[in-house]
Design a binder for this molecule. Structure first.
Ligand SMILES: Cc1cc2nc3c(=O)[nH]c(=O)nc-3n(C[C@H](O)[C@H](O)[C@H](O)COP(=O)(O)O)c2cc1C
Length: 349
């Protein structure tokens, strides 16, 4: 599996999720078997590049290669400048967001809304490819199956993007209109794969080793991308990789291992966000790790009232110590990730 000239460790990818797939989470997923991770989207608005939020999103210190940055916007010139700006700061791959509703970019809808306007979408793709070409940086595109059920134009956009020089396509098997409702469908992803020669990545509702195997088989895709199912469960990549290689399931992780992973994750998280923001933004991750475990609801309620990182870490340690006294490994059946994306988190800066 390669993106242009860049080889990848495997074909299991972490999805870009604004407010979730920050550098600590990407590095954790990569250490647990993900072959590739795309960063949270960053805006193409230059007036926001110096903001704390964007500079955190553009922070790749110590990240395993390749560094991939997703950009969002509606103006071809600005998107080209954003590509060059991020390449200067270490991006080795530029991903264009046409897969997620991004609000507030130049006061217009960006991201998946671009699928409604094919000429504009193509002009953005051409400008970004032209901006990245002098650096030898491949450009990829993430999209949905179309704007709505009556306008599923993923195949047309895929063909045009390939002709314009895009080197990999990711397709989330829902329309823009669907949001996160209903189920992802994979027929359109298979049609995209059949229509182009560049690698195609299948995305949407992949939450188990069997589902990954089935989606790869149904679509012929070169890779799968996993978003919500990795929240609080970054070892899902290791589980899927093992299953695809052997047909066997790994045992669920040891409670002691998850405790260590979570504590390390929190330390990295606090280091990136600082005390005040860190303690708050860590809550959702902690909540995802404990989802479905005995005592999780009461623990979350207590933890949400804690306002400093030292006490938050201590509470997390206590929870996992108590859990370890009752079980050695996590239960086999863990509840699924929440169906909805947080609308606020789709804001691109
Ligand atoms: C909280 C959240 C934030 C997201 N942010 C982005 C984003 O910044 N860029 C993007 O292309 N897609 C974004 N997505 C969409 C995911 O990348 C992915 O396409 C979608 O969640 C479907 O995959 P899944 O079923 O494995 O979660 C986001 C999804 C979630 C849940």
């Amino acid at each position: 599996m390669q993106i242009g000239p860049i080889p990848l460790a495997n074909r299991l990818f972490v999805a870009p999720m604004a407010g979730v797939t920050d550098r600590p989470f990407r590095m954790l997923c990569k250490s647990l078997g993900a072959g590739y991770a795309v960063s949270e989207m960053v805006t193409s608005r230059p007036d926001l590049w110096a903001s704390l939020k964007t500079s955190r999103r553009a922070n790749h210190d110590g990240e395993t290669s390749p560094i991939s940055v997703q950009i969002a916007g509606t103006d071809a010139r600005m998107m080209a400048d954003a590509a060059a700006y991020n390449i200067d700061r270490g991006a080795q791959i530029i991903d264009i967001n046409m897969g997620c509703p991004a609000k507030k970019v130049c006061n217009k809808w960006a991201g998946s809304a671009l699928m409604q306007d094919e000429p504009l979408a193509l002009s953005i793709v051409e400008a970004v490819v032209a901006a990245a070409a002098p650096y030898g940086v491949p450009v990829t595109l993430k999209m949905r199956t179309g704007w709505c059920d009556a306008q599923k134009n993923a195949v047309a956009i895929a063909r045009a993007a390939e002709s314009a020089g895009v080197q990999m396509l990711t397709v989330h098997g829902r329309t823009r209109e669907q949001g996160y409702a209903g189920r992802a469908e994979y027929r359109t992803i298979a049609a995209v794969k059949a229509a182009v020669r560049i690698p195609v990545v299948a995305n949407g509702d992949i939450d188990s080793p069997e589902k990954a195997r089935d989606v790869l088989a149904a679509t012929g895709a070169d890779a799968v991308m996993i978003g919500r199912a990795a929240q609080g469960r970054p070892w899902i990549f290791r589980e899927i990789g093992h299953f695809l290689a052997t047909g066997e399931h790994l045992a669920p992780p040891l409670v002691a291992e998850v405790r260590r992973l979570l504590i390390d994750h929190l330390q990295e998280h606090y280091a990136l966000y600082g005390e005040r923001t860190g303690v708050r933004s860590a809550r959702k991750h902690i909540g995802w790790y404990v989802r479905g475990l005995p005592g999780a609801e009461a623990f979350r309620a207590r933890m949400n009232a804690i306002e400093d990182t030292a006490r938050q870490t201590a509470a997390v340690k206590d929870f996992w110590d108590a859990l370890e006294a009752t079980m050695q490994r996590l239960p086999t059946a863990m509840p699924a990730a929440p169906a909805e994306a947080d609308a606020d988190e789709t804001q691109p800066h």
